[in-house]
Ligand binder design. Structure first.
Ligand code: ZN
Length: 202
């Protein structure tokens, strides 16, 4: 892979609590490093590096490197932000996808984690009886529980919600693309790796 292709590859971005918040391009990650707004996490040692110490590693580190006239640096695969508001949290949009993320792709009645195609959105207070499409009235539900519940409220159907649905303050990061790097694995939870990304509904 040539240099400019490497620069468009993804880098995982963590916030100061080591939570994955998004991906960016290798190019932008290097800009953040130069500006001192992020550090690289060495995938093998978890050591944090600034731009100087990371580029020093270019002599000993195997793997793809970015070369310019004046420097070489190993591709930063995971960076951690040093400031708190480089990426302000966006308002969480009410959408099918975000309801799935909030409920962690689990049926909120029985707790099952079936395939995405077996999950649907349930209106807790049925839509046909005036239930609204809101964060507080919509939950992820498996087909089985959905059929069992039908046009009834949870007490009528003898179902109990696992959690009280509400608007989430933030959502766990779930990648939008398939460019996953193995070095990201330890920074992302089981949920992330078990989600069938290409079936995630928008
Ligand atoms: Zn269920």
């Amino acid at each position: 892979m040539n240099g400019s292709a490497l620069l468009t590859q993804p880098t995982l971005v963590l916030n100061r609590s080591w939570q994955a918040i998004c991906t960016t391009s290798v190019r932008h990650a290097i800009v953040l490093l130069y500006r001192g707004r992020a550090k690289v996490i060495s995938p093998d040692t978890y050591e944090l590096h600034d731009i100087e110490s990371w580029s020093d590693l270019s002599r000993i580190k195997k793997g793809p490197q970015i070369h310019s006239v004046s420097y070489s640096i190993p591709v930063p695969e995971v960076v951690i932000l040093t400031g708190c508001d480089v990426y302000p949290k966006p308002k969480v949009v009410f959408s099918r996808r975000n309801i799935f993320k909030r409920d962690r792709f689990a049926c909120q009645y029985c707790g099952a984690h079936p395939r995405m195609t077996e999950l649907t959105i349930d209106h807790v207070h049925p839509k046909s009886r005036g239930g609204r499409s809101t964060w507080e009235n919509c939950v992820v539900c498996c087909r089985e529980c959905n059929e069992k519940k039908g046009n009834r409220t949870p007490p009528e159907a003898r179902l109990i919600l696992k959690t009280v649905p509400k608007r989430p303050a933030w959502l766990p990061f779930v990648a939008q693309n398939s460019s996953l790097r193995p070095s990201w694995e330890r920074f992302l939870g089981d949920l992330y790796w078990n989600v069938e990304l290409d079936q995630t509904e928008g």
